[in-house]
Write a protein that binds this ligand. Structure first.
Ligand code: SF4
Length: 182
């Protein structure tokens, strides 16, 4: 068993990124809740795990993990955090950190959410967190990024979109966890 589980909690996503990994990811091992407790750290991802109908269940999942003694790091990969929503604010106070992605085919709403989240991180005590912002490198010249006050992020990475590569890091196991399950 590997140290880290990359846990898909949904395949749903409103975006349509060309060559999304989920389109050719193949069959993924589905795990029960108790299996999650055996890993040293968890990376929650999707699809989009913070869709309004899914985010609250992700918060419940994290609460349940902690209530059952899981002490490892929990990371969240998302491209949609709306800090005006209860679940989205909650998740930020529960995880070790987030990786937040601004995709090439962004909407005005994505920009609003990014600005709002960035401001919100400024108001939080993030000393024990590690939050990473990933921006599609094709957007480098799209904005004056210095206006975004991005210093609340621990790291800003420019993503070179690759159409045919979805590597899972060597120390990670890719699994699916069904949030509907007891
Ligand atoms: S945001 Fe992620 S999950 Fe959604 S379509 Fe794009 S690559 Fe796929």
């Amino acid at each position: 068993m590997k140290k880290t589980a990359r846990v898909l909690v949904t395949y749903d996503c409103p975006r349509d990124c060309p060559n999304c990994c989920n389109n050719h990811i193949g069959e993924i091992l589905e795990v029960e809740f108790d299996n999650l407790l055996k890993y040293e750290e968890l990376v929650i991802t999707g699809g989009e795990p913070m869709l309004p109908e899914i985010g609250p269940r992700v918060v419940e999942m994290i609460h349940r993990l902690r209530a059952n003694g899981f002490t490892g790091h929990i990371w969240l990969y998302t491209a949609e955090l709306n800090v005006k929503r209860w679940a989205d604010k909650s998740v930020l106070s529960e995880v070790t950190g987030i990786t937040y992605t601004l995709h090439y085919e962004y909407t005005q709403r994505d920009i609003t959410l990014l600005r709002r989240l960035t401001e919100y991180l400024h108001t939080m005590d993030t000393t024990d967190m590690h939050n990473r912002l990933v921006i599609d490198s094709r957007l480098k010249d799209e904005f004056n990024w210095s206006d975004f006050n991005l210093d609340s992020w621990d790291c800003v990475r420019w993503l070179e979109w690759k159409d045919d590569e979805c590597p899972v890091p060597e120390n990670e196991e890719l699994v699916f966890y069904d949030l509907e399950k007891e």
